[in-house]
Design a protein around this ligand. Structure first.
Ligand code: ADP
Ligand code: ZN
Length: 296
């Protein structure tokens, strides 16, 4: 049975894994993200000699996903300067001589859940991660949605709640976008403590749910997903999901009803693959790259 390489490329760590066609993760290591000069050889050392059919990468971004672009498979304007314009797909292809698939980190996570996890029963879903940043992966007709580049729906503009003690959100580009108001660093700036140390403060999570709920209403209106998955460090707070569902119900204001919206407990759901949705999605990206090369 063919084996596939999977890389979850993040700003702080690189998770390298080997998986099979059933999405089983057979091996997995985590390396700190340093510069490409340091980290590429370490990743290649892991993937070499593993007899892989292809590799898939779920990559921090933005990343060029247009196959007809001269910079396809390159990381674009990341604040991690040493990785800016880095042709990550090309480097893996050159070094390993096997097909390489790529998508955003959050599209890969959405894909992992869509193929093997909690959204495998639907064709259209979104995956929201709330962590250091906020990101949205969009699956339409079973496939990650790209468009011009790919959605950057963590940066949609928000109505700031008038009593929010944070006057200006933390996004350096937009201030009060979703990421600016609801990311882990936004919580920390607003309340002066790390999000994980604020579990008992109800006001923190009610305000957080207000913003996440607002964004979800926008996503429902624009994309009409059949299911919504919530992941990322901030969602480790168990009290968040019920609060978010309550906010979505309140902010939709009865405008949309029926279908999944009558049962928000099964419409807005937590991740189901533990810590593996990203690498499992990357395995699927590798399988697709392999099939493309084989002309399937
Ligand atoms: P990253 O986004 O960097 O890949 P995470 O999804 O873990 O990683 O996000 C990190 C952010 O999530 C930090 O801002 C941190 O404060 C917050 N975070 C991590 N764990 C928790 C937790 N248990 N409860 C609330 N916030 C958390
Ligand atoms: Zn922003």
């Amino acid at each position: 049975m063919p084996r596939f390489g999977a890389l979850e490329a993040g700003g702080t760590k690189m998770v390298c894994a080997v998986g099979d066609e059933q999405g089983h993760i057979l091996e997995r290591i985590s390396l700190p993200t340093r510069t490409p000069e340091n980290t590429m050889p370490e990743m290649l050392a892991f993937f070499q000699d593993k007899d892989l059919a292809a590799i898939g990468i779920g990559c921090f971004g933005p990343v060029d996903l247009d196959p007809s672009s001269p910079t396809y498979g390159s990381i674009l304007s990341t604040p991690k300067l040493s990785w800016r314009n880095f042709p990550i797909v090309q480097r893996f292809e050159d070094a390993l001589g096997i097909p390489v698939g790529i998508d955003t980190d959050v599209n890969a996570a959405a894909l992992g859940e869509a193929v093997w996890g909690c959204t495998r029963d639907v064709r259209n879903s979104v995956y929201i991660t709330v962590g250091t940043g906020v990101g949205l992966g969009v699956i339409i007709g079973g496939k990650p949605h790209h468009g011009m580049i790919h959605p950057e729906a963590g940066h949609i503009f928000m109505d700031r709640r008038p009593d929010d003690p944070l006057e200006q959100g933390v996004c350096p580009y937009h201030g009060n976008c979703l990421e600016g108001l609801a990311s882990g660093p936004a919580i920390e700036r607003r309340w002066g403590r790390k999000a994980q140390d604020l579990t008992d403060c109800n006001a923190v999570w009610e305000l957080e749910a207000y913003y996440i709920g607002q964004a979800i209403c926008d996503y429902i209106m624009m994309i009409s997903p059949e299911k919504i998955v919530l992941g990322g460090g901030v969602m480790h707070q168990q009290q968040m999901l019920p609060l978010v569902r309550k906010e979505v119900h309140r902010q939709l204001h009865g405008y949309l009803q029926g279908k999944g919206l009558d049962d928000l407990d099964h419409y807005i759901v937590p991740i189901s693959l533990g810590d593996n949705q990203g690498v499992m999605g990357a395995v699927k990206l590798a399988m697709d790259a392999y099939d493309r090369q084989a002309g399937k």
